[in-house]
Design a protein around this ligand. Structure first.
Ligand code: SAM
Length: 233
């Protein structure tokens, strides 16, 4: 992977950036995504934000090597704090982290979301936490995709501000309102696999013998298995 050739996952993330956007890539690591976006004219300007020194250095080197210092600023910081008003960011990308971390970055950085037209989010796990954050904060889901690469399955969610109050069912929050409409092969594979994991956890708990808390966990997992069964029917 490099700034010209992204992984399938990051390429799909980039495909949701509208031409000439002003993007902030939070947790940019190697900064391949902002470099790719600027080179492909998807972004006219980018902030690459990183909290950790190692990845920050590799982002700086990458931007320098690609000759994009005029268009890409690398900043050290936690979450959205790297975004400044004069950047006029309209698109935020957060990819390759867990859903709970992405949701907490958005929650803590709410003041930076004014003027932002699109969030492109790729959680490695627990995408439901992002959908729940969206509902609470008036962001609707405008696109969702699911893909498999190197035996891992990834979801990508695109959220945009909404004037209206939103409501999604429990099923939609867990499985994704748009992914549910399609229920493609990768979606089915993911949820069959999740079912197997939940079943194994139940078995382990049962083997250990159960107190009340464990029984509650079994009930919760059984309900999830049933939800997935209904969806995969
Ligand atoms: N976004 C790239 C991708 O999808 O390939 C890199 C993903 S990498 C697994 C996650 C990166 O996010 C790491 O470089 C980590 O240091 C950074 N990170 C984690 N928490 C962060 C935070 N609160 N603010 C900024 N960066 C963060």
């Amino acid at each position: 992977m490099n700034e010209q050739k992204l992984s399938l996952r990051l390429e799909k993330v980039a495909s949701f950036i509208e031409p000439e956007s002003r993007i902030a890539d939070i947790g940019s690591d190697h900064a391949y995504l902002p470099c790719f976006a600027v080179l492909k004219k998807l972004a006219s300007f980018a902030v690459a934000g990183e909290i950790a020194l190692g990845p920050l250095k590799s982002a700086e080197e990458q931007v320098e090597k690609t000759g994009l210092r005029e268009q890409i600023i690398v900043r050290k910081g936690d979450g959205l704090e790297v975004i400044q008003a004069e950047d006029q960011i309209d698109t935020i990308v957060i990819a390759g982290m867990g859903g709970p971390l992405i949701a907490s970055i958005l929650e803590q950085g709410k003041s930076k979301l004014e003027g932002v037209k699109r969030l492109i989010l790729q959680p490695n796990i627990a995408a439901n936490r992002i959908r729940e954050w969206g509902v609470k904060n008036h962001f609707r889901i405008t696109a969702e995709t699911i893909l498999s690469e190197d035996h891992k399955i990834y979801e990508i969610l695109v959220l945009e501000p909404s004037e209206m109050a939103l409501e999604y069912s429990e099923q939609e929050l867990i499985f994704g309102p748009l992914l549910l409409q399609e229920k493609n092969q990768v979606f089915r594979e993911k949820w069959r696999h999740e079912q197997e994991i939940w079943q194994k956890i139940i078995q382990n708990i049962e083997n250990e013998g159960g107190d009340v808390a464990k029984q509650a966990k079994i009930a919760e997992l059984t309900a999830k298995i049933k939800l997935a069964e209904d969806v995969l029917k």
